[in-house]
Design a protein. Structure first.
Length: 203
């Protein structure tokens, strides 16, 4: 198994650490590598698109020449986990809580609509517990997080919370081999979401 973590910007090192830990728990051998350019996409079993600045990451993907190849690989079934900014980049519809429609570069591979900065800015960051289908109860940490407000087609929600001003919103969605997480599973230190991702790669 060879898992890549997009290493252009954001908290990719935390994902690499937790993926290695999760592989150990799942008794899976292999490697986890930071992906910095197109040549490193070849031979991957799965890829993680981490949190960070979604607009910046989207532009860096374009600048590195990875956009079309990455989009095609994901569309053709490459297991993909997008967290926070990664979930925004995977969504087919994106708007911002303040400015509305956005024109940032997107991969646009998943049948979800998200609202950027749905819970406010850095100072409105928070932590809660959430129930995840097939996993159980986890700690979910939200930092300038998006909310998944639309789900259609073959996508479905795996976890939702009641949020002030927003009502009941999805925080984790799945479609085929793609998972989009509004929260940061790599920050809590828990491996449950990464283990779920490894199980998707294995199947």
């Amino acid at each position: 198994m060879r898992i890549g973590v997009l290493g252009l910007q954001g908290d990719y090192e935390e994902h690499i650490y937790l993926l290695r830990k999760a592989m150990g728990k799942r008794s899976v051998s292999g490697e986890v590598i930071p992906v910095k350019d197109r040549s490193m996409l070849r031979g991957l079993s799965g890829i993680v698109i981490p949190g960070g600045e979604s607009t910046v990451i989207g532009r860096l993907i374009e600048r590195s020449g990875m956009t079309e190849e990455l989009r095609e690989m994901i569309t053709q079934g490459l297991p993909t986990l997008g967290t926070c900014a990664g979930a925004i980049l995977m969504a087919k519809r994106v708007r911002d809580r303040v400015v509305g429609e956005v024109t940032q570069p997107l991969l646009g591979v998943m049948s979800i609509g998200v609202v950027r900065n749905a819970f406010g800015r850095q100072r409105e960051s928070f932590e809660t517990e959430a129930d995840v289908e097939g996993v159980g109860r986890i700690r979910a940490i939200f930092i300038r997080a998006p909310a998944i407000v639309e789900i259609w087609g073959n996508a479905r929600s795996l976890s939702s919370i009641e949020a002030p001003d927003l009502g009941k919103i999805s925080i984790l969605a799945i479609e085929g081999s793609m998972i989009a997480s509004a929260f940061h599973p790599e920050i809590s230190g828990e491996t449950a979401i990464h283990e779920m991702f490894i199980d998707i790669i294995k199947r």
